[in-house]
Design a binder for this molecule. Structure first.
Ligand code: HEM
Length: 399
């Protein structure tokens, strides 16, 4: 019989900061798809099975359009009208609009281009580890390491002065951290738009050698460039940062995995993929059916919202052996941490380079790295946050 998840869980199980909430694991055990009544009364679906999620992500009958996604799994927005995504914000668009924005960017994020950045990532990482070492233990790994490294790299790539970050890094935290009310959220969004408008104007007046300046030659308007910059900055700031901090936390909690990774540098690439799978910080996304679709023995009616739990799919025992075990030697690829289909993460090669460089450098620099507080006192983001992670990670080491 069809399982119903009556409310979306708002917390994880105590002592299990890395696992999806028990209700989602339980839903998947009942089958790949469950009924899900949204708080606003909309009768939607929750998909937790790997195969089904993958096929929905590849199916053009399911839309990412913002104006159709008005049902939030945790919040009742009432009858508000949701406007379409602003120009340039292609994460929340379908084809052909999506491709028009994504196409000119793809060439900027290739494996080859991102490998060219490796040296710069190594340099920035070394500078931050030096500073940590000089300041001495303890440290907050989030502010000393996990946040600044990806932030500096995405700023340099885009041509955003890193000194300006104070004016928008906090604002981006507010969009994605799930801890501020609507009014503050709108203020943060408006301030960021204002900053980016000034930035695009500055590039028009005085182009420099960076991605935003390169895009000035295309037929994109200033408004569109602002939207693109917003998507790239917010994606580039928060996701990798959370992977680095939460990934370190997960390794510290799995000492035999940590030891294996320290002893065998050749495990690094596989360990990064395993951390992506195991943690899935971009934990869930939604799609809306554009027509009636038969799936998993159910009819998804046109206009219905489906929540896709990427994290639970990445823990599907029909796809991964011992899915709840962190195993840096795992050989099974194909995780969905970067999604799949037309919206599959544009920055994934950049994120990989950052993680492959920064994580081993940290572990090698501090062979005695450990938590400075009991594990259950590490402050985690709430489930309402779009991107999961730790708020801070107090660590120490033998100086
Ligand atoms: C899209 C995850 C890092 C830029 C996505 C999506 C996921 C994701 C799951 C697809 C959402 C959907 O299907 O609706 C991650 C994770 C990261 C990461 C886990 C870090 C480990 C980055 C970085 C950038 C970036 C560093 C910077 C350039 C983007 C963009 C999209 C995207 C532009 C939208 C793609 C589109 O709609 O075509 N990311 N991301 N991401 N990501 Fe990432």
């Amino acid at each position: 019989s069809l399982h119903t998840v009556t409310t979306m869980p708002t917390a994880r199980q105590p002592g299990c900061p890395f696992d999806p909430p028990a209700e989602l694991i339980d839903a998947r055990e009942h089958g790949p798809i469950s009924r899900f009544p949204f708080p606003d009364g909309h009768q939607g679906w929750l998909v937790t099975g790997y195969d089904l999620i993958r096929s929905i992500l590849a199916d053009p009958r399911f839309s990412s359009r913002k104006e159709l996604m008005r049902h939030h799994p945790l919040v009742d927005y009432g009858d508000i009208e949701v406007p379409p995504a602003p120009p340039g914000e292609f994460l929340l668009m379908d084809e052909p609009q999506h491709g028009r924005y994504r196409k000119p960017l793809v060439g900027k994020f290739t494996v080859r281009r991102m490998r060219l950045l490796t040296e710069r990532v190594e340099q920035v990482t070394a500078e931050h580890l030096d500073a940590m070492e000089q300041a001495g233990p303890p440290a907050d790994l989030v502010t000393a390491f996990a946040k600044p490294i990806p932030a500096i790299i995405i700023c340099e790539l885009l041509g955003v002065p890193y000194e300006d970050r104070g004016s928008f890094q906090d604002n981006i935290d507010k969009f994605l951290g799930g801890e501020v009310g609507d009014e503050e959220l709108i203020a943060a969004y408006t301030a960021t738009q204002q900053y980016l408008a000034e930035l695009v104007a500055a590039k028009r007046a005085d182009p420099t050698d960076d991605l935003l300046s390169d895009l000035l030659d295309s037929d994109l308007t200033d408004e569109e460039l602002r939207g693109i910059a917003l998507i790239l900055l917010s994606a580039g700031f928060d996701t990798t940062a959370n992977m680095l901090a939460l990934g370190t936390f997960a390794l510290l909690q799995n000492p035999e995995q940590l030891a294996a990774l320290r002893a065998e540098p050749a495990l690094t690439d596989g360990a990064v993929e395993e951390l992506l799978r195991y943690l899935s910080v971009a934990k869930q996304f939604a799609r809306v059916a554009l027509e009636d679709v038969e799936l998993g023995g159910q009819t998804i009616k046109a206009g219905t919202t489906v929540i896709l739990s990427l994290h639970t799919a990445n823990r599907d025992p029909e796809r991964f052996t011992d899915p709840h075990v962190l195993d840096v030697r795992r050989q099974e690829g194909g995780h969905l941490a970067f999604s799949h289909g037309i919206h599959q993460c544009l920055g994934q090669q950049l994120a990989r380079v950052e993680m492959r460089v920064a994580l081993p450098a940290l572990l090698n620099r501090f062979p005695t790295l450990r938590l400075a507080v009991p594990a259950d006192e590490v402050a985690l983001r709430p489930e309402i946050a779009d991107i999961y992670g730790v708020k801070s990670l107090p660590v120490t080491w033998d100086a």
